[in-house]
Design a protein around this ligand. Structure first.
Ligand SMILES: Cc1cc2nc3c(=O)[nH]c(=O)nc-3n(C[C@H](O)[C@H](O)[C@H](O)COP(=O)(O)O)c2cc1C
Length: 345
């Protein structure tokens, strides 16, 4: 079935959910141009989530996607946290931060029963997950109220697994993609493939529609993905400079600079590999470090460093999430960018 029919949209384009870099405004703008706009909820508490969902409903009658992480929260490990803070201590000294006063915090909450209760009031057309799927019980609830279900696969094995769980479509996330890797069956990063290797393999092996994500930044990229068997595309990085995105000043500056040509997978900011523009913290500690606590615990100790540095106009300690191809980032309204992406369909 065509993606447009499956979701009730006009263009086979999904504006990728990007936690920390956008909210309802970008979702509404992308939807207004006929794409599927997305609301990322990984970093939203219940009140913020309700406010954002209400804002979308107030401004748009179009279908939209609501996105969640679905990791298993780790048990806190005091020794590991202390070791992590010791690694960061020279930076705390530089910025005059009292490491003992930094609160430990979960940072990102996975999809749970409370989020399902709230979501049920809104019954979005699509719900997408990152890092696999939630429990069978929670998934059943989402399916019961009628939302279509999506999740990311980074390998053929993950795509087959997702199809067996009954997802309505699969996002093939190439290793070029910005933000967190969606892998959930294996932590082996050498198993992560580029989109032109991953997409045709998945498209040949599964029956559900496959959506290509990673490095797609213009109309030619969209057309190329469709030629390789994609039913649609999910585009993230290209939207980050749109005025409707909430991308920070430091992040915008990095995306517009030469620095954006060098990205890497790093676990320093959250504890899970994610792709971002290489900055001071990544150069000096990683980009991958065994000292970083399990996802999402690593983020708590970084937060005050990030805040101090950003207040001085520096992105040295910020997660500057970006895909390998930032060449499509434009400071134009998201509806216009969406129409440009669709120009060769
Ligand atoms: C700033 C940023 C934040 C992201 N946050 C999320 C998220 O909250 N949930 C999610 O499923 N994917 C997230 N992603 C990954 C996207 O869904 C998608 O895989 C990626 O943007 C596609 O590659 P591209 O960035 O090269 O277009 C994020 C990506 C970026 C760039």
């Amino acid at each position: 079935m065509k993606l447009q029919e499956l979701f009730g949209i006009e263009l086979p384009i999904i504006q990728a959910p990007m936690a920390g870099a956008q909210g309802s405004a970008l979702a509404v703008a992308a939807s207004s141009a006929g794409a599927l706009g997305s609301l990322p909820c990984a970093m939203l508490g219940p009140d913020a989530m309700r406010a954002e969902l209400t804002a979308i409903r107030a401004q748009s009658r179009k279908p939209f996607n609501v996105n969640f992480f679905c990791h298993v929260p780790p048990t806190a490990d005091a020794a590991r946290e202390a070791a992590w803070r010791a690694v960061l201590s020279p930076y705390f000294s530089q910025y005059g931060i009292d490491a003992a006063a930094i609160p430990a915090g979960p940072g990102r909450t996975p999809f749970n029963a409370a989020a399902a209760d709230l979501l049920e009031e809104f019954k979005p057309a699509v719900v997408s997950f990152h890092f696999g799927l939630p429990s069978a019980g929670l998934l059943l609830r989402v399916r019961a109220w009628g939302s279509k279900i999506l999740s990311s696969a980074t390998t053929l094995e993950e795509a087959r697994w997702l199809e067996a769980q009954g997802v309505d479509a699969i996002i093939a996330q190439g290793v070029e993609a910005g933000g967190h890797r969606g892998h959930f069956l294996s932590d082996d990063l050498s198993a992560q493939l580029g989109i032109f290797a991953l997409l045709p393999q998945i498209a040949r092996q599964v029956k559900v529609p496959v959506i290509a994500a990673g490095g797609i930044a213009d109309a030619r990229g969209v057309a190329a993905a469709m030629a390789l068997g994609a039913a649609g595309v999910q585009v993230g990085t290209a939207y980050l400079l749109c005025p409707e995105a909430t991308t920070s000043a430091a992040h915008r500056a990095a995306l517009k600079s030469e620095a954006a040509r060098h990205t890497a997978l790093t676990n320093l900011f959250t504890g899970r590999p994610a792709r971002g523009i290489v900055n001071r913290l990544m150069r000096e500690l990683g980009p991958m470090s065994s000292a970083a606590p399990a996802f999402p615990l690593a983020s708590a100790a970084i937060a005050p460093l990030r805040a101090k540095a950003e207040s001085q106009g520096s992105g040295d300690f910020s997660p500057l999430w970006s895909g390998q191809n930032a060449s499509g980032c434009k400071e134009i309204p998201a509806a216009q960018l969406t129409r440009e992406l669709a120009a060769r369909l």
